[in-house]
Structure formats: C-alpha cells, structure tokens
Design a protein. Structure first.
Lengths: 362, 65
C-alpha cells in the first residue's frame, strides 16, 4: 500500500517516513520499547519534559539532569566535552555538578570564534583568570571549545567515507557533525540532542504530512549517525525518547492530543534489535489509559538504567544515584546482548551513549 | 543600461549614512565607573586601546545579574 506502514515483525509497522531506519532494523541494531514513558500522569509538556530530563517524575525540585548525574558517577577524568549537548540552550538533562558543553544546532559551534584570535583570547583569559564566580566556567568553556574545534576537523579519509554527500539541513546535519566529533574525540562520552516541534494537535497527517515531515529527518539523521560513527557505532547506544505519547484516536482538527505511553527507540551495535519490546496491551478501549491513550507499562527509567548498567557497567549503588526514585521493578527484558569481553570494568567501559529527545518544544 | 542604473540605486540606498564611530574606552570606563571591579580595571589598563572597550563590556562584572 502506497505510504502505508513498513512491516517490522508481522504485527508492528514502521512509519513510511522512517524507511531510512529499515536497514538498521534488518541488521538487528534497532529495537523499540512500546508503551514506555513516565509514570507521572501530567499532561503538561513542561512538567513531562522536565521529568524525562531529571528522571525524577513527580518531583519538580530536582536540581540536576540524569545525564549529568550519570557522568558524575563515572570514574575517569571529567572534561567538559565528556558531556555534550547540541541545541539552542544548555538543556536541563546536562545540568549539574559535572562540566558540560552545549553547541548550537548549526555548524558555527565548531568554528573559530573571536576568542580564537590570540590577542583577544589572551586578554579575556587574563580578565577571567581566577575569578571566584566565573573563572571555572570560563576555563571549562574555552577548553571545551578547543576540544570541539579539534574534534570537528574531518580527515581526508573521513571525507572520503562520507562521499561528500550534502545533507539536508536540520537533524541529519547535526547528526553528521556529532558523529565526526565523537569519532575524533574519544573524551565525548554522552551526547544529547533535543528536537522540538512534535505537538501535532492540528493536521498531523498520516503517511505524508506534518508528522511525516518531522519523522523523515529524524530517521535520516539516525541513519547518518550510525553510518558516520563507523566502527564506533558498535560500541555506542543511542536512545530516542519523548516526553509524551499521543491519543489513540484522531481529534476534531485532524491531529492527536497529549497522550501517555509512547515508544522508545534503542539503536547500537550491541542492541538486541529487530524486536519490539514491552508489554503491549492493544488499542481496545478497555486497554487504553483513561480510555484515550496507551498506558505506560515500561517506566522509561528502567530502560535507561538497563543501558547504564549493561553498557557502562554501573553498580546498583551508582544506579540509585543516577535514578534516585526509580521503582525496583526492572524492565523485564534484555535490550543489550550479553557482554562477550571479560576485560571490561567500570573504569574501562567508557562507551558512548547518545540520547535524543523529540518533544513539543526544545 | 537600465539594469546598471538600478543596481547603482540599490547600492546607494543600502550604504550607511555615516561610518561607525569606535567606542572610546576612556569615556566608556568613565560612564561605567562604580560598576567595574578593581581587578577588571587593572587588567584592562594593561592592554592596548583597541581591546579595552570590548574587555570592559565582556568583563566578569557584566556577567552578573
């Protein structure tokens, strides 16, 4: 059927705008966790996004984000570029004690700026040297900028691998830049990208239209990220999540309203992909949450915790620090393949995690 | 011929009426007196004139709310 769903497993289907992800599914490097999300019942975008980023649903006063807490618990030297964001502002998920760096969505974040002129840089270095309030932030920012500039440089081999193909603007372009940074700078371990504009209350469309126009670059960007990470993709886990699901039925304006359960996407070389995980209860009226949307049968934190535990070898104590209020219940399925390497420890398992949050607004 | 006239007109219209005047760092410093810390004033004084206005405006004193 033209513009119809692409079959995944005989039951679930992939939106046709995500056709670029089919090869990863077929290679069993892409999995989905259906009916997943936050256990908090809010229908406020701001609160829901806040909870996804703090990983403390229902608690508004959490001062930091879970990715920052995760980095803070890891051994090894903390450098600003270890925790990298791409977006207009430093996101809440990266806020906290550990240093982090945020780059704008466009390429300018990886280019020289006015402080890279020696005389001006030296003058401002002196202005901020040892300043009690801003000295460390200034140093971190300068250091991160230098690291990112070096990492952004593409070698001729990389340019050849990319085949010089121009990318559409937006997320595919950011994904390509992120892949370059990660390949060139092994210190970049956690990366976060927020993609706004998914609040499709009006004219959502179906196989084509508004939602399809957002899904296509997301799928293309993920495929670009996987391709351009090269061998590093085998050691990387990419998690895609959102603060909300949508209502099961169409509303009166050709869109859908805020829902509850959603679907998380997990990609990576060690992901046991080609499967849809989670407790799926169907779309019958009786199965829906409040008769309108998917119930959350998998707490999003149990997926994240499993990634942190199996990918980074976090201990139970560390997991409690990163996800402090998480119920004891585990996800009930294994998303990542059993570890074959026996030499890995918490100290050596410094493998990357990329998180994408697609949401109503950034 | 007509096209050339048109492009000339456009250039004239887009041209600034007067060249920008560089900020005088001494006047700027006098204006901001009281808002600048001794450390900032000392560091700025050790740098050439062409950097001073930018340093004053980009100093830590202006990063505070």
């Amino acid at each position: 059927m033209e513009n119809g769903a692409l079959d995944l497993d005989g039951y679930f289907g992939l939106h046709p705008a995500l056709a670029s992800l089919q090869p990863l599914w077929q290679q069993k490097k892409l999995a989905f966790v259906h009916a997943s999300g936050s256990p908090d019942g809010t229908r406020s975008h701001f609160d829901a996004q806040d909870y996804m980023e703090s990983a403390t649903p229902g608690r508004k006063n959490t001062p930091d984000g879970w990715m920052n807490r995760l980095v803070a618990t890891l051994p090894g030297t903390t450098t600003p570029s270890r925790l990298l964001g791409i977006g207009p502002v430093m996101p809440r998920i990266l806020a906290g004690q550990a240093a982090a760096v945020n780059l704008p969505n466009v390429a300018s974040g990886t280019r020289a700026d006015i402080l890279d002129r020696p005389a001006i840089g030296a003058a401002f270095d002196q202005l901020y040297a040892g300043h009690p309030r801003f000295g460390r932030a200034y140093d971190d920012g300068r250091k991160a900028h230098r690291e990112v500039m070096m990492a952004a440089a593409e070698t001729p081999q990389m340019q050849a691998a990319d085949r010089g193909a121009p990318l559409p603007n937006g997320f595919p372009d950011d994904a390509a830049r992120l892949a370059t940074l990660m390949r060139n700078d092994p210190k970049i371990q956690m990366a976060f990208v927020a993609l706004g504009g998914w609040d499709t209350h009006v004219g959502q469309g179906a196989g084509t239209g508004q939602l399809a126009n957002r899904l296509a670059p997301l799928g293309q960007g993920l495929a670009v990220l996987a391709e351009r990470l090269g061998p590093l993709f085998d050691d990387t886990v990419v998690v895609v999540m959102s603060e909300f699901g949508r209502t099961a039925r169409e509303n009166g304006t050709g869109g859908t309203d805020h829902g509850h359960g959603n679907v998380m996407w997990v990609l990576g070389g060690k992901v046991k992909g080609g499967r849809v995980y989670g407790d799926w209860q169907g779309l019958e009226d009786a199965a829906l949450n409040e008769g309108r949307d998917l119930p959350v049968t998998t707490d999003f934190r149990s997926v994240l915790a499993q990634v942190a535990e199996r990918h980074l070898l976090l201990t139970d104590k560390q997991l409690t620090q990163v996800f402090p209020a998480m119920p004891q219940k585990s996800a009930g399925f294994r998303l990542l393949a059993a570890e074959c390497r026996t030499d890995l420890t918490l100290e050596t398992a410094t493998r990357p995690i990329v998180v994408l949050l697609y949401c109503a607004a950034q | 011929m007509r096209r050339r006239r048109c492009s000339c007109r456009r250039r004239t219209a887009a041209a600034p009426s007067a060249p920008p005047v560089p900020v005088d760092p001494a006047r700027l410093q006098a204006t901001l007196a009281g808002a600048l810390s001794p450390a900032t004033l000392d560091t700025v004084a050790r740098h050439p004139d062409n950097l001073r206005a930018a340093m004053l405006l980009g100093s830590p004193d202006f990063m505070q709310r």
